[in-house]
Write a protein of this length. Sequence first.
Lengths: 259, 377
Amino acid sequence: MNGEQRDIVIRVRGLVTRFGAEVVHDGLDLDVYRGETLGIVGGSGAGKTVLLRTIVGLNRKAAGHIEIFGQDTDSLDHDQRTALERRFGVMFQQGALFSSLTVAQNVAVPLKEHTELPPALIQEIAALKISLVGLPPDAGAKLPAELSGGMKKRAGLARALALDPEILFLDEPTAGLDPIGAAEFDKLIGRLQKTLGHTAVMVTHDLDSLYAICDRVAVLVDKHIVTGTLDELERNPHPWIQEYFHGPRARAAVAAAGA
Amino acid sequence: MDAATCRIEVAEADGLLRISAAGTWETTQLARVDRELRSAVARRARAVRIDLSGLQMLDTAGAWLLYRTLKTLRAQGLAVEFVGAKPDYQALIDSIAANDREQVLHRIHPHRLLALLDDTGRASIHALAELGGLLSFLGVTVVTWARVLARPRRMRMTALFVQMERGGLNALPIVGLLSFLIGVVLAYQGADQLRRFGAEIFTVNLVGISVLREMGILLAAILVAGRSGSAFAAQIGTMQVNEEVDAMRTIGLDPIEVLVLPRVIALVIVLPLLTVYADLMGIAGGALMSWATLDISLTQFLERLRSAVPLWAFWVGMIKAPVFGLLIALTGCRAGLRVTGSAESVGQQTTQSVVIAIFLVIVMDAIFSIFFSTVGV
């Protein structure tokens, strides 16, 4: 597929974010195409999560433009903003489940809030999403405190998928999981993306995830972003990118993905 | 109706039910077709054909509705088929079908009366366990204290002084202000009542004895429970959440010695000092009010105070102070150490530590009253 003709769902131009005097992103550009899985990588403190939070509107940017589905996020009024937010789902690092609600109730929150579906159907859809993310059948009745870290992430993913988002944002989906759990989670994200056809933007530290499921990768270096497929990035001369993609861990991940 | 909305048409001929689905089947739009599909399912027919050729969009919830209809009809023993489905839609419906499992979504609640009985039992056992736990915590603390006394160099002096500053020095303004105001209120109310008997001068006795014996120490203790007891619970609780307390144990530091002891000793020292201050301020408030409403001059007030209020009244308050300090620090620290995992637990334990500390302070105060009246002071 030719990159020029692909439908751009998120377009970031000249983004500047700063905390006090510290500049995190300085004139950053990024395009996300419809239907792809984009991985965002970078060193600790490079501002990966900040970028994701800025795109979904949780962080205020200092300058620049963010367009989602062709709409400039600055020009939206409250209702348009809500309508836009309904079209994306966010999975937070620790799941960010509402601790006083059961998993099924957590998944039902967006459905109750944004649709007029009858309660019985909401229950059915919640059950379906819980099953889709691979949680055990008794998980729906549990409170977040009764779940393991991996299950919380799955439940968070189920909630993010509640309204069948067109864009799914994932913040470190595999962080804190054991390698087997992380590999399963990668497979799950890949499978869901294939089934549901959404665009996925994923902040990650995990090289295995990159090689397993990402179509393109955006590398945050020097407050800017370098995007490309894995092949392109491996040939990029920037020292940090070289080290990242040619270190021993990267080689292991390539071997694993190739095997 | 525009083509984009989600709709179905149901037609029946010769026992064949035709359901045609059309438009965009998106989560937000499904409410109406859900009702229509449920009623369509209730119809009697031999065979059902579900036509999907008019679909322009299908998401998981829409696919679920179609699959559910298929499943219900098949369960009734009918021949059902989808026709005209695009491969994408068929694949989605298939993956939904693969994920259809029996699930538990609700918690099982016992009968209301049983639940009440259950709660009462649990609460009673909990209260007893709480008391037992506090006693054993007192034991551990005292043993650690004794060990530290045997080797005084192990005492963390910096921590002790920091806690004394936070719990004592920083509490001075609020303790002083409230005690002063209570002194004012006591004098004002007392004067009002006693004036009717021409016994205004006894206002001094009233203010002196009640402030020295009860009000000063109780106010100081309750404020310290609210300020320091809760702070202890929150500080130690947060450390517990970060696994700092566990880290301490693995390094060979005893959390009781490092965290609990400085705080306990600090309050045991500081609460008596705060009590003296609260006593002074309370009496100052009483003196001011007596002068303002009863024309009792300061010298008269002090003269009367010296003759009417025995020194023992002051000591009664002072004897209670270190005991209350100990209780408050123990409940606060213990609540902090009992925090498990989540930030929510920190909040719970903090609230609980304040409630328990104030409860214990007042119960202990009552026990002291009985004791003092038995020994006759």
